[in-house]
Design a protein around this ligand. Structure first.
Ligand code: TRP
Length: 432
């Protein structure tokens, strides 16, 4: 199954460190995963056999065993107790993506809840590599979730647009990366972020403000460590080796002097897909040596591609994803003709055996975008028992996606260049 995540769009590849490789026997999600619209995964990345799991910022492939990832990465599973505490402390229901295990892993989320309970300031940090004009639904997942977190915590948010990263990794002109950062910011703003609490910044424009932290981080990490964490081979450009410090720097509040001054005691929470964790393992490793707090993380699973195991989700393949710019008719056609179905060969067989929820893309996408728990459960039961047919579950998905995409388009159409400029201007933000 191809899988995309909202981020992690490197085309650079290298042998991933051996401790991140594992055979993963017990997961339904299978075979191929693509990091994002534009980094279709290369099956040859699975060096040691087809099903071997590889999860790095460069490559996501093989059968993904999320429990094993938690063990390998040393993060924590989000437990029912933590969800309960989240709801108690924030006074808000946990997002369906937390309850459904889509945001499934964390580091130090409990410490963020401590800070919030003590009415201490905190902030959110996430980002996007602007490498394509067209965002697809998978790209929106982390931003929709971050918007929810900002509503819950009423805190500042910084969004890093890594135009520098895309220039280093892809065959794109520097100006083009910079332009895409501005264009993609419109889609991000359309997710509903609070203009008085949100800074979106292009690395190319903003780097000077955080350069003191960038060099401190660079001095604290050796070449061997970067190679070990990211698996770069010796032929890659030196910009790639230096870049992890740029992605790490926004984890520290004094990278935003307009917002936090010289404070280093404001904890940071980073929502991201789990493939970005290597950056933040590195960040957490250096933080204490710089006298800084370790950033907390909340990790998501990968968003599956439309074609499941047979295809790749990629910005260059029109039919592999639903884009934020698709019309209702395009959405319907793509789901009907391209969504990988866990339905059976014949209606009789389907009625008898039921659909396979674990491979059915319409069902899996509904777990992302149908927020009504009861309805989702009913659909799951109907479909897996064979009472609901493949065409019918596709119709359910189409019914959910069309208004969602339409509403995004409407919101985006209202984002003027002026609004983008305001979001992208370093300035004071409300702290709570
Ligand atoms: N490297 C990410 C990508 O390619 C972008 C990114 C930068 C990011 N900072 C982040 C993602 C923080 C999540 C959290 O898409």
């Amino acid at each position: 199954m191809s899988v995309i995540v909202g981020r992690g769009t490197w085309v650079g590849r290298g042998a991933a460190p051996s401790h991140l490789h594992a055979s993963a026997p017990c997961c339904n999600m299978s075979s191929e995963h693509t990091l994002s619209s534009d980094a279709p995964c290369d099956p040859s990345d699975t060096a040691n056999g087809e099903d071997e799991m590889v999860v790095t910022p460069n490559t996501v492939s093989g059968k993904i065993d999320y429990d094993k990832l938690i063990r390998d990465f040393g993060s924590q599973k989000i437990s029912p107790e933590l969800i309960e505490r989240f709801e108690r402390v924030t006074g808000k229901p946990a997002h369906p993506w937390i309850k459904r295990g889509i945001f499934f892993s964390h580091r130090d989320l409990d410490m963020i809840l401590d800070a919030f309970a003590a009415k201490k300031p905190m902030y959110l940090y996430t980002g996007r590599g602007p490498s394509s004009e067209a965002l697809h639904l998978g790209h929106l997942v982390p931003f929709m979730f971050t918007k929810y977190l900002q509503d819950v915590f009423q805190c500042p948010l910084v969004v890093q647009m890594t135009d520098d990263e895309k220039f280093l990794w892809k065959d794109l002109a520097l100006d083009e990366c910079h332009r895409l950062a501005f264009e993609n910011a419109k889609d991000i703003i359309a997710c509903g972020f609070d203009i008085s609490r949100t800074l979106i910044f292009s690395d190319l424009d903003y780097i000077g403000h955080m350069y003191p932290n960038v060099v401190k981080i660079q001095k604290a990490v050796t070449y061997n460590q970067v190679k070990g964490i990211f698996g770069f081979d010796d032929s890659v450009n030196i910009g790639k080796h230096a870049f992890p410090a740029v992605q790490a720097a926004p984890s520290f509040p004094n990278s935003f002097p307009h917002v936090f001054g010289a404070r280093v005691d404001v904890p940071c929470l980073i929502p991201c897909a789990i493939d970005q964790d290597p950056y933040f393992r590195m960040t957490r490793d250096v933080a204490p040596r710089l006298g800084y707090l370790k950033p907390a993380l909340i990790h998501s699973k990968f968003f599956p591609a439309l074609q499941g195991s047979s295809g790749k989700m990629s910005a260059s393949d029109e039919n592999s994803a639903i884009f934020c710019t698709d019309t209702p008719a395009q959405i319907a056609t793509k789901v009907k003709t391209h969504a990988f179905s866990g339905g059976r060969q014949t209606v009789e067989e389907h009625r008898q055996m039921g659909g396979d929820l674990s491979t059915d893309i319409p069902y899996q996408w509904l777990t992302f975008f149908l927020f009504d728990d009861e309805r989702l459960q009913a659909i799951g039961e109907e479909y897996s028992s064979g009472r609901m047919l493949s065409g019918e579950i596709k119709a359910e998905l189409i019914k959910v996606l069309q208004p969602l995409v339409k509403q995004h388009q409407l919101a985006r159409s209202m984002v003027t260049d002026e609004i983008v400029k305001t979001f992208m201007t370093p300035r004071r933000l409300l702290l709570s």
